[in-house]
Design a protein around this ligand. Sequence first.
Ligand SMILES: [Mg+2]
Length: 218
Amino acid sequence: MDLPGRHGAEINASLELSPLPSGTGWDGSIAYLDRDGVLNLGKSDYINTISELTVIEGAGSAVGELRRAGFRICVVTNQSPIGRGLWDELQLSIIHEELKMRLLAEDGDAELDLILYSPFVPWSNSYIRKPQPGMLEIGRQIISSSENGSTISKLITAGEYANDRPAEGSRSCIVGDRPADISAGLAHGVRIFHVDDREGLPSVTGRILDATDGGDKF
Ligand SMILES: [Mg+2]
């Protein structure tokens, strides 16, 4: 089975989550965030180095706000340059460290709880690459295990789910700028917030926090 890469750890290593800023318990809500066009500006030929990384103004405050409202944050990003052999996971981890640092510099609560990336190329049709929902499913299992204090024995994807599919939080959502993000969210069954790739996450934070907002319809 294909598995995503995970920033800073092996995919099935236990995840040490820092407490939610509110100090309250977690209600199962996860904000799955696409990266380019949501947290930082995208580029047609990828973000290849930290010099090409421009964080969208207000993205740090937006992440902080979501965490203060009890959301866990799971970045789900397609990174085919790895599968294409353009650069490696070390290069990607440098970019992700920089992204984390800049978000935290804007807002001390703006932690990215989990960053998952798909190294697979588009023609692989991998279940772990958006528009498929595999990264969201794996992200949910890793965060749930951490919150429940259980170890991750085996990560599974939809094909293997019986009746024990971890329940998704009612406020959970995906935020993305592309059809692939929307499809992944639809398949996973979460609220969908489509954003303009220059405006990103800050443009929908208020809507995400409004539990009566069912998200964009497709
Ligand atoms: Mg994007």
